[in-house]
Each structure stands twice: as C-alpha cells, then as structure tokens.
Design a binder for this molecule. Sequence first.
Ligand code: BGC
Length: 751
Amino acid sequence: MKGILQFIIMIVALSIALSGCTSNQSDDSKIHDLTVSKYDGKIKELMAKMTIEEKIGQLNMLSGDWAITGPFIRADFKQDIKAGKVGSMLNCYTVDYTRELINLSVDSTRLGIPLLLGYDVVHGHRTIFPIPLAEACTWDLNLMEQTARIAAIEASAEGIHWTFAPMVDITRDPRWGRVMEGAGEDPWYGSLVAIAKVKGYQGDDLSKDNTILACVKHVAAYGAAEAGRDYNTVDLSLRSLYETYLPPFHAAVEAGVGSAMTAFNEINGIPCTENQWLWEDLFRKQWGFDGLVVTDYTAINEMIEHGVAANLYQASVLAINAGVDVDMVGQGFLLNLKQAIEKGDVTQEQLDKAVYRILKAKFELGLFDDPYKYCNKEREKADIMIPERTQFCREVATKSMVLLKNSNKLLPLSKEIKTIAVIGPLADNKIDMIGGWSAAGDRNSRPVTLFEGVKNKLSSKTVVLYALGTDFNTSSTEGFDEAIRAAKQADVVLLALGESNDMSAEAKSRSSIDLPGNQNLLADEILKVNKNTVIILMNGRPLTIQHLDDVAPAILETWFAGTEAGNAIADVVFGDYNPAGKLTMTFPRNAGQIPIYYSHKNTGRPFDVNNSWTSHYIDVDNTPLYPFGYGLSYTRFEYSNLTLDKKEMTHPEVVRVSVTVTNSGNYDGEEVVQLYIQDLVGSVTRPIKELKGFEKIFIKQGNSVTVHFTIGQEELSFYREDMSFGSEPGEYRIYVGGSSDTENSVRLTLN
Ligand code: BGC
C-alpha cells in the first residue's frame, strides 16, 4: 500500500516536473526494461546457471578491515565470500590482499564469479591531491580530469575496480563537513566538474587495467541537510531539486557514469534508498541511466530509524523495489530477499535486473576475462607516487590556492629575506596536510609541511624559525611566548591557522565555523609584534574569518593541499606561482548568514540602505566576506569593452559576448573570466545572477586579451512555471567579470 501511495505521489510530482519538458524522454514501455549490454548473451548465460542464493549473494557488499568508513557491522567476510554470499567488497586494497579475496571468490565458489572491489578514492589514492573543494577553485576542468585519471591509475594498480566518487552534492551550508568533498555551491559549474571527474576515472574504455568504475554520489540533495548537520532531514521544493541539486547528477549520467549511490537523506518524506521515483523514473526511465545503484553505508538498515520500515525485511523490500542493486554493508538483501521472493513481495524479475547490472559492470571491467587483471605487482611497484605525478600534485595545489587579501602588496615575499618565522598549529604538521577522505594516502611521513616547504625554497642564508603557538582545541596560551619571540626576531611571519583535517568530511558538521580554539588570539598577539604577518589558512570548508580579515594584511587560502602542500604554498608565497584560484563557495561573515550563495533571488524587498523595511540583518551586512568567484592575483586585471554582437536575438540565434581583459599590474598571471546571466522578468522568480560561462586565460603583464563567449538557448533556459525546461522572451542582463559580485554588464533582449 505504502509503495503504491509513494508511487502515485512521485508520479504526480514527476508529471508536473516534466510536462512539456524538452529533454530526452523514453518510451513508457521501457520503464522496466534493461538497457541491453554488449555482454548480454554472456550475462544471461551465466544468470541461467545461478541459483537464487547465488544471485542474492551478488547484491551483497561487505566491508574489509583496511579502513573504517561507517559503523562496524562485522561478518566473517572471508567465509561469506567462499560461500558465494558476497558480490562486492569495499575498503580493501593492495595487490596481495585483493588477490587473496578475489581468489576466494573465484576458486571457492561454484560459479567462480569474481568480486568487485570498491573504495573511496576521492582526491587521489596514494598521491593525494588537494581536497575536491580546493581543486574546484582552479577552474581548470582538464586538470580535474587528470587528477581523477591519476587516482584511477594508482587505485587500479592496487587492486581497486570501483571508486565511490565523484561526490557532486551542491552545498550551500559550510557547517556541513562534507563540503570538502564536492565542487561547491554552483550547479552549472558542478556539472562540468562532474563530467571531468567521470571521464578521468573511467577513461575511454573501462576494460583497460588502469580505468575504474566511477560512482556519482549522493543521490540526491544530501548537501541540503537542514542546519548543515550531517544525515539530517532534507526538505526542499521540486523546483530547487531540479534547478540546484540534480544538474550535476544528470551531467554525470550523460557522461556515462557506471554507478550511483543513494543518499542517506529523504526527499519529499521518502528516503532516497527506497525512492522509486528517483531511481526507476528519473534516473533510469527519464535519464536513461543503465549503471549500478549502490546504497550508502547501511542505508537500507537506516530506513528503520527513518521510520518508513518496521524491520530489515520491509526495508530491503522497499529498497530493491525502488531499483537499488547493491546493499552496502547492511546485509538486508542477503538475509531477506529469498523470503521476500517466496512471499511475492519482490519479483524474480526485480532481483534479476539487479544481478544483470552487477554482472554487466564486472564484464565491462574485464573481470571475467581475467579476475586478477587489477592485481599486478609490477604496476603496484612502478605506477604509484612516481615523481612526475608528485610534481603535478604540487602544480595542482598551487592552482587551488586562493589569495583572499594582500594589503600593501605584502605578497609575494622575497627569497632574500633574512629571518622568517613559520608559526601555528598547521605550520609543521604532516598529519593534517592531506585532509579527509584521503584513501591510501600516507599522512604520517610523506606530506610536505609548510615549515619544510619554506626551508626547501630558501637558501641557507635565510634563518627559518618555527613555533607551534597553540593547538586547535585549547584555550591555553602556554605556547604563545615562544611564538611571540620567534615573530619578534623575524622579518616576516607565516602564520598557519585553520582546522585539523578531522574537522571536515563525513559526520564532521560544526555549528560555528570560526577558527577553532584560541587561534584568533594567537593571530592578535603575533600581529602586535610583527605587522608583516601572512595568514596561511588550511581548512576543509569556508570559515568565518571576519576578524582575520580585519586585522591581518594578507591571507592565503590553501585548503588541505595534499601530499606536496608545503612546497606548493612556498611556490605561491615566494612568487614562483602567481595565485589564480577563485572561490567556488561563498565565505560568510558569520554563521547566521548561512545559507549564503551568490545566485540568490532578489525577493520582493531587496535590501535598500535607505529603507529599513527591506530584507537585511540588523547586526551584519547581507554581503558575504568573500563571494563566489572571488580571488586575488599578484597582478591586476581590468575589464573593458563588454559588448554583444547584437542586442536582440531570436530563437535559434546565438549572441557573441566579447570583453577585453588587461593585465595592468606588474606580474604575468592567469585570470578566470566569468560570465553570469540574469533573467530580469520571468514566469517564475529568477536568481540575481547565474554562472553560464568562464574562461581561464594567461595574460602577460601590460597585455590585453579579448575573450569571447556564446550565449544560446541553453544558457537562457530554465525550469519555467510549468517545470518545462526552456527560455522565455524578455530582457536579460549579461555580466562579465572576475567575480560573482561584478557589476560590469550589458542588456540582451530575447524575442
Ligand atoms: C559515505 C559514502 C562512502 C561510504 C563508503 C559512507 O558513510 O557516506 O560517501 O562512499 O561510506 O565508505
């Protein structure tokens, strides 16, 4: 009964959402059809030999014991593999270990079906790149594809077939710890990053031994957790689901992503793991997704706590009937599906569809040709952390950094400096350099700290002092004196402040996103004795650093920059690389402004300084501390001659936008030229600006470059009043500048 009701509600929602929709809709008769794989014959031949128990075993995923990524549910997984009760595993890697496990599946089971091995390879496997939120600040899609490619090469060299990435959740609440895993707040940009990542992991041929299956997650709207508290309720309109949260998932599906993960949260009162509308209708029928659907960790079991299932039996029935294929860790499918089929609560056909999709993935990866093709000792030795990759890792890190403030041109520093003090809880701290979700990355000995990076950069003529100053979670000022002494002796101080790596990622929500502990106090004390203090921020989310912005002359956001962190920061600080990173997530002034994002609506009472009855706070500005798209350079860029080749356009014409960007400063540098569109009058309210184009360009000092963009129907389209996707005639404002707060604009009329 419940399933039918849910179905009716979702179908009503769907038909509203899709009436008149121009995107690819498939024939109704195909709702429950599988897309035929090129391995169809082989899959069916194998399935014909399988018992119902063997089929159910394929749907069961257990966790190995090399990493803990959720509550521990212990099963004797080796016994279970031998008994044919396991189709896939997570948290296992290295050639020896994966070979041992695969061997159990191949040699000890009746049909010898190899295991599928997954792991959270999120920003590198052994060579660890900056966290994804940092990498997104490069605005370099090719680079983001390359880092995923390298992650896939290294992971596959250690026996991994499948990564639970990319995480493409749009997030507008920096209290949520998982903002570090995604590309930030913008759905259009997030979609481009999703495509780059899928291409990077999967390459052009999944059967190669260095490509792995990607998994887009978490479907859907996990980033909208109320109050930024992880796993919390999500309650949003169908419009914001379509406009904001779904686009990167759709883009990943269009890019051919091989799998998708259910989110822990609910949508419209229905947990995503039992959401038939989401999986059967939207993903499979409307978007044509033919990959695997895996639950998040014990998400089936959690439907009992959600209060939509009385027991694991019911939860498992709901999940498989919603189109879920793989049960991660919870064992609900393993323990209940046979009985559910016997009782008629689940059809044999539903089970077969899941088995088909799992076997299809295994065939596509080439595991039936050679189950050990990813267990190659030679590759494990030769293809991990090679020097060119480390060098590339350093380059990516420099490009991820965002210069937030640079008064009096304090940066870049001279390499001839006599004495420099490197101070703070993150100044010489290996453990925190690579951030959360760092796969098999070594966090104890390999990462380069800031102190090390500075010493590597400078000659022995410079004295490099170090002091801890304070820690993250203390009010003790015991270390202050030593730090103040070092600061007094130095010509310049690099003060490394921020969060420890375990303050962001899963289950790491914060109600305050201030600098933890007494780090602000330390900054005040250091600045009292040395005005030439550069704040080096390391953190996994936007922080509220109004105080630092008020008191410090220079602030460089370096995030968790990965294996080469210290060297990369030194490259930027000493001017070997001119910073060009731009934020992809807004920095609020205080946590009370959250959610805060650039593409907000105007409201009926937009803020007017002369009218107090307009939308504002009485204790803080409406503006963020640093907006989306913001980031400084050592040089200066000026924008001029913003023009359109026509002021009016008619469907299906396109309009060409041109702008001249001049490097009028004293350094060569890169600039991210950003194009935003505002639809001035629509059938529904529209954001004040939406990113619809960008170009990252290099300009030598004193030179100018003209940048062109094309605007067509796609850029002007949105979900209209009836939820159909398309444009409406009317007036638009086109903005081009170096940040989302640009006022540089021209008008365009669409007839
Ligand atoms: C996380 C997923 C992750 C999974 C496996 C879960 O707790 O939400 O993002 O892929 O664990 O580690």
